[in-house]
Write a protein that binds this ligand. Structure first.
Ligand SMILES: NC(=O)N[C@@H](CC(=O)O)C(=O)O
Ligand SMILES: [Zn+2]
Ligand SMILES: [Zn+2]
Length: 340
């Protein structure tokens, strides 16, 4: 009997941390081998915030991925002082601009400390005119389980004030964000793999699981349900964004565990199993690529990933970075990647 295979065309990861230096060289291929491209987050130390830094970071990424065909869709770290002339000068070098509230997540200290529309207007209007999407890590500094829901009014304020600006709610984790998506034409979202699978119970309900600790923290079963619901039907405003965020093992298995789940090497296999389990395989192509093409207006490199229903045991680590499901068996493995 022939084994079950699933073909994915040009998978895109619309939210990825590739890091820099040794980590970049160690992990970039884990995405570049199977994904056609990824939106690369700018939260380096210091953050990517000039044309020279974007261009140089892109070059370091291309060097790290070597022979693989892969497009890094570059982003700039949002600062309210960016003006139109500056943004015009690097329009061709970037895909979006990423806004972090100051101090809310890994390497976000230089982020935004207020959301006064008039203060942000010059930059956001210029972005709107230049058709540069705004990606946001949407959390307040309130109670950890409420941070994202508390940010929804800020999303709404921005979506109303800048109706032509594409605003992407990154790595959404709550039903409140899912509902906001429906209320505003210009709000979109990325959803991670882990937030489709886990709740806070998996992180802290038993023995603490540092490799599942991330920002935003995984929420309640009803939140996961709301995310699953729109992902499985590939709602046209949602895109896959792994938020794969590698940290060295010693920084995760530590007092003061760094936030981030490393999923790049397992994302396609696990998504395939998840969509199959829910009889939604027909929608996976749109979730993993089609919706992102529409929302961002991008044409990815041609790449076909053939997955096969054959167990794959997840390695304990990838060069010192522990992936989600380390040591466990997945139902699908990558059989082949075809180029062109
Ligand atoms: N998601 C995380 O928990 N961590 C990300 C930052 C981010 O995406 O917020 C990281 O850079 O480590
Ligand atoms: Zn984030
Ligand atoms: Zn992230």
């Amino acid at each position: 009997m022939p084994s079950t295979t699933v073909r994915l065309d040009a998978p895109l990861d619309m939210h990825l941390h590739l890091r820099d230096g040794e980590m970049l060289n160690n992990i970039a291929k884990e995405s570049a081998q199977t994904f056609s491209g990824a939106v690369v987050m700018p939260n380096l130390v210091p953050p990517v915030s000039s044309k020279a830094e974007i261009v140089a970071y892109r070059e370091r990424i291309m060097k790290a991925i070597g022979e693989e065909s892969f497009i890094p869709y570059m982003t700039l770290f949002f600062k309210p002082e960016y003006d139109r002339v500056f943004l015009e000068s690097l329009r061709e070098d970037l895909t979006s601009i990423k806004l972090y509230p100051a101090g809310i997540t890994t390497n976000s200290e230089g982020g935004v400390s207020g959301f006064d529309v008039e203060e942000l207007r010059p930059t956001l209007e210029a972005m709107s005119d230049l058709n540069i999407p705004l990606c946001i890590h949407g959390e307040t500094n309130g109670f950890v389980m409420d941070r994202e829901a508390q940010f929804v009014p800020i999303y709404e304020k921005l979506a109303t004030a800048f109706p032509k600006l594409k605003i992407i709610m990154e790595h959404i984790t709550t039903k409140e964000s899912v509902e906001a998506l429906e209320r505003f034409d210009n709000l979109y979202a990325t959803i991670t793999l882990h937030h489709l699978l886990i709740t806070l119970d998996d992180v802290a309900g038993g023995m603490l699981q540092p490799h599942l600790f991330c920002k935003p923290i995984a929420k309640r079963p009803e939140d996961r349900e709301a995310l699953l619901n729109i992902a499985l039907k590939a709602h046209p405003k949602v895109m896959f964004g792994s938020d794969s965020a590698p940290h060295p093992k010693h920084a995760k298995e530590a007092c003061g565990c760094a936030a981030g789940v490393f999923t790049a090497p397992i994302a396609l296999q696990v998504l395939t199993e998840l969509f199959e389990t829910h009889n939604s395989l027909d929608n996976l192509q749109a979730f993993i690529s089609g919706n992102a093409r529409q929302v961002y207006g991008i044409t990815p490199l041609k790449k076909q990933v053939i997955l096969e229903k054959k167990p794959f045991t997840v390695p304990a680590d990838y060069k010192g970075v522990v992936p989600m499901y380390a040591g466990e068996r997945l139902a699908y493995s990558i059989r082949e990647v075809k180029h062109g």
